[in-house]
Design a protein around this ligand. Structure first.
Ligand code: GUN
Ligand code: ZN
Length: 378
């Protein structure tokens, strides 16, 4: 059985690329789409109105962070993670394991779960599939992710195989955990860049049924963790077309504009990544002509916008000279405006991709757009 109120419908195809509509009780999400990262129930520096204006309808939050601060019980008492931050659309929560592996100290993993120390105050904590599902139910996100083990990039095959067995056992326990009404659950496929391992794990996760439930969407985890980019692209080309067609396909933690263009061409529907928001705070603007470092002195007297092809409110109003000045003076408005532009760019990139898939010219357009960006990258 699938979760009531959630559905995915494919409305156009262009080769392996697909254009669809993911409907949830709180949002109608046009795919392919990018989900801005709002780890702590805030997309850093942006207001809900600003996020909405970029076209986003589904944003991400993190179980691990919200569990530590302010606490899942508080978010629940405040009406859930959407109402708490006054976000009028949908929220997806990652399950916590991946963040524990990248942030927390002194982790030990066993078949039951993960023990670690809080990155905030060092207190000992433990996450299990059941605990992650309980916390995500309290947070009240629209989509909860299964609790998985993502092996480090470059791990040996036996280590990856062990993580796959554990991730499958944990996925089953996630399906068996008490379900919150109106909350969907997505399963996660691991296997690094080993296509054979990926395909057999995909079979397992996509075909999994426990307690009368199945996953409402399928995610690919464990990409963009240090493997060579051509290997990631090759694996995505072989795996994505074999994913179920009647559920959303989510590529976790990816990626650059190039990664999105490639993965959309393979048939991915959902993306999230800190790149547009984090890089904005490091003075990097993403444009249709490549990456621009706004710190560079050449912008000092430049009256032009960040990107002439961008129709965002920042490019409509502000010059490169002004943004350069704000960044050099470490004024917080600089990071805010660059974040808004970068999220707008990701929104525009996926909107244009959707139009091209519908019109039937996606692949030629994507190759051309990527070539133009690469030429201008600094
Ligand atoms: N975010 C990016 N990659 C991953 C992954 O492999 N697992 C989870 N849970 N989240 C991710
Ligand atoms: Zn702009």
């Amino acid at each position: 059985m699938r979760t009531e109120g959630f559905s995915y419908r494919e409305i156009a195809r262009d080769g392996d690329a697909r254009r669809g509509v993911f409907t949830t009780p709180r949002a109608v999400v046009q795919t392919p789409v990018f989900m801005p990262v709002g780890t702590l129930a805030t997309v850093k520096s942006q207001s809900p109105d600003e996020i909405e204006a970029t076209g986003a309808r589904l944003i991400l939050a993190n179980t691990y962070h919200l569990w530590l601060r302010p606490g899942a019980e508080i978010v629940d008492a405040m009406g859930g993670v959407q109402k708490f931050q006054s976000w009028p659309h949908a929220v997806l929560t990652d399950s916590g394991g991946f963040q524990v592996f990248s942030l927390a100290d002194l982790r030990t993993i066993d078949d039951e779960g993960v023990s670690f120390k809080s990155h905030l105050d060092g207190r000992p904590l433990r996450l299990t599939p059941e605990e992650s599902m309980r916390i995500q139910a309290l947070l009240g996100s629209d989509v909860a992710m299964a609790f998985d083990e993502c092996p480090p990039g470059g791990a040996e095959r036996p280590i990856i195989e062990k993580a796959l067995r554990r991730t499958s056992a944990w996925a089953r326990r996630c399906l068996l955990s008490p379900w919150r009404e109106g909350q969907a659950r997505f399963g996660i496929v691991q296997g690094a860049t080993h296509v054979d391992l990926r395909l057999s794990h995909l079979d397992e996760i996509a075909g999994m049924e426990a307690g009368g439930r199945e996953f409402d969407g399928i995610a690919l985890g464990g990409f963009s963790v240090g493997e060579p980019i051509p290997e990631m692209y090759r694996a995505l080309s072989e795996i994505t077309p074999k994913m179920p067609t009647d559920k959303p396909r989510y590529l976790m933690g990816v990626g650059t504009p190039y990664d999105l263009l490639h993965a959309i061409g393979c048939g991915i529907d959902l993306f999230d990544c800190v790149l547009p928001t984090r890089n904005a705070r490091n003075a990097q603007a993403l444009t249709w002509s490549g990456r621009v470092n706004m710190k560079q002195a050449r912008h000092k007297r430049d009256e032009s916008p960040i990107d002439r092809e961008c129709d965002c409110p920042v490019c409509a109003r502000h010059s490169r000279a002004y943004l350069h000045h704000l960044i050099r003076a470490e004024e917080m408005l600089g990071a805010r405006l660059l974040t808004q532009h970068n999220l707008w760019f990701y929104g525009a990139l996926t909107r244009r991709a959707r139009e091209k898939i519908e019109a039937g010219g996606y692949h030629a357009w994507a190759a051309e757009a990527a070539a133009k960006m690469r030429e201008g990258d600094e």
